[in-house]
Write a protein that binds this ligand. Structure first.
Ligand code: NAD
Length: 333
């Protein structure tokens, strides 16, 4: 199986054939925005889904059937033995498998690896993997999806240009694990506002993942902007929202970025001399466009050297913050 030359579609290997590999898109309308690796590669049009790996034969066969994948393997060893080559390796296996899958992927000498988050269960292992990829000269892209959300890019630009004046404080609401989902929140904060540090933590909420509770925290951002991480409970509903309180209004990301609510300041209609917030307007966000943005970014990086929006290095910086939150709350020594 030759890798792509010139304008050929890029050959893709998908490791792990579950929800984020393609399952989330299997039940969506064919013209809906793709939320998975396979869905985004197919919609982009300049990729070819060449092979997949999954030890679960039923899942593997169903993935091959649905996405028209020619070759399937039960393990990375079996795949490596086949001598196949790929431009892109997408790693969608469970988080515990990512380290061995990245190392096995490097043996295939791909042009790029696109790995799900969290990269690995701990930052030390993630750091080793990042170094291994750098030593091999293979870019490592991590699916911190909102890096490719066009509405977040637009709002980031507005915040940076001063349209909203000073950022006063930020509140992030999340559940289902400080590493599992909190890492998306820390990455979003890094992307929108710059690096954060950990000031204090609250009582962990054990909301479903055996080794990864959700942990409330107070962080400090650039210019010591106070950032509060607030936790719900994953058994209630999926919670991922961000409220940015600025000098000129409040910007709220809802439904994980599927929508934004914008409220601006005005003169209080009730109390003379006071400024308040208006009722606001809600508009569509860009979250559902982000997976397509990710594979577009990867294609542009390979075809014309575009900068990658989310890398092993940016994910490692995020994971180090997640671990500091866990350390401060007594979960890691
Ligand atoms: N970026 C996001 O927002 C997002 C969303 C969901 C999941 N994820 C991440 O994606 C990864 C997978 O999650 P999921 O929800 O798709 O899980 P899943 O359980 O639906 O799918 C995982 C698949 O991997 C297979 N598998 C198990 N061991 C394997 C191995 N050694 N090699 C290859 N395949 C193997 C399983 O049989 C299964 O089909 C996790 O790391 C998760 O954190 C990220």
């Amino acid at each position: 199986m030759p890798i792509a030359t010139g304008s050929d579609p890029l050959a893709v290997l998908v490791i792990g054939c579950g929800n984020i590999a393609g399952g989330f898109d299997a039940a969506r309308a064919p013209d809906a925005a793709p939320c998975t690796h396979a869905g985004a590669f197919r919609r982009h049009g300049r990729y070819r889904l060449s092979a997949c790996v999954d030890p679960d034969e039923t899942r593997r066969r169903e993935f091959m059937r649905h996405w028209g994948v020619a070759s399937g393997y039960s393990s990375m060893d079996a795949l490596v033995e086949s001598g196949s080559r790929f431009d892109v390796v997408s790693i969608c296996s469970p988080t515990d498998c990512h380290a061995s899958d990245v190392l096995a992927a490097l043996r295939l000498e791909p042009r790029i690896i696109f790995c799900e988050k969290p990269v690995t269960p701990n930052a030390a292992t993630t750091a080793e993997l990042v170094q291994s990829c750098e030593a091999a000269g293979v870019p490592l892209v991590i699916n911190h999806t909102r890096r490719w959300d066009p509405e977040i890019t637009r709002i980031r630009g507005e915040l940076a240009s001063g349209v909203w004046g000073a950022v006063r404080t930020v509140v992030g609401l999340y559940n289902k694990g400080v590493l599992n989902n909190g890492s998306h929140m820390i990455d979003l904060l890094h992307h929108l506002l710059g690096p954060v540090s950990v000031v204090a933590t609250g009582t962990p909420v054990w909301d479903g993942l055996p080794d990864d509770p959700s942990v409330p925290a107070i962080l400090s951002g650039v210019k010591t902007i106070p950032i509060h991480l607030v936790c719900g409970h994953a058994s209630d509903f999926a919670l991922f929202e961000l409220q940015i309180v600025t000098e000129r209004g409040v910007l709220t990301m809802e439904e994980g970025g599927v929508a934004w609510r914008i409220r601006r300041t005005n003169e209080s209609p009730h109390f003379r001399g006071y400024r308040t917030l208006d009722a606001g307007e809600r508009h569509a966000g860009g979250y559902l466009l982000a997976m397509l943005g990710a594979v577009s970014n990867i294609h542009e990086a390979l075809s014309s050297g575009a900068e990658l929006a989310s890398t092993g290095r940016s994910a490692l910086a995020v994971q180090e913050i997640c671990e500091r939150i866990k350390e401060k709350s007594g979960l890691v020594r």
